[in-house]
Write a protein that binds this ligand. Structure first.
Ligand SMILES: [Zn+2]
Ligand SMILES: [Zn+2]
Length: 177
């Protein structure tokens, strides 16, 4: 179980043969994947399908991450959920025991015979989690006046009278008369 649910890949063969590549299908759970309004549940299996290619100075990881998110619709507050499919293309730089690591670097690094993709997977999912989730594209939201779910039908409120911008125009119209 623990060996299957892991984002660690063995790279010994890739290190030995420059230009070689290997495919990996990985899956596992990742904790603390959340932004303000959406999240990946702690027990959600995130799947990672990648090809690791041995390139000069490191490994190029390309493929796809897929997982499910859930959250709260920003318009009607009902549950929202969806699937993320995130394309991946990341260079992992190999560092030796005596390498100097630049403080500012936007590449991932590794050393030794294994490479753990977990940090990269986590970063990618956090970037893609919806900040303003919708239960559906055309969600009608809630009535600002009575709070009724407008997806279930009109509530009967007089919309022109609710919106403060229109209310202001009504006042001006009165004065003009
Ligand atoms: Zn909604
Ligand atoms: Zn209403």
């Amino acid at each position: 179980m623990s060996s299957k649910h892991s984002f660690v890949i063995g790279i010994t063969r890739l290190r030995k043969e420059a230009g070689s590549s290997m495919s990996f299908a990985l899956s596992g759970t990742i904790a603390d994947l959340k932004v303000v309004s959406s999240r990946v549940k702690d027990d959600q299996i995130t799947e990672v399908s990648v090809v690791a290619e041995s390139v000069h100075g490191g490994l190029l990881i390309t493929g796809e991450i897929s997982t499910r998110w859930e959250g709260e619709c920003r318009r009607c507050l009902s549950p929202a959920s969806g699937t993320l499919r995130i394309p991946v293309c990341e260079l992992y730089e190999r560092i030796g025991p005596d390498s100097r690591v630049p403080v500012e670097s936007d590449t991932y690094r590794y050393s030794g015979e294994v490479l753990d993709l977990r940090e990269m997977v986590k970063d990618q999912v956090l970037l893609e989690l919806p900040l303003a989730p919708l239960c559906k594209e055309d969600c009608m939201g809630l009535c600002a006046n009575c709070g009724a779910d407008l997806n279930l039908g009109r509530c009967g409120c007089e919309y022109a009278a609710i919106d403060p911008r229109w209310a202001g125009l009504d006042v001006l119209a009165e004065k003009d008369r």
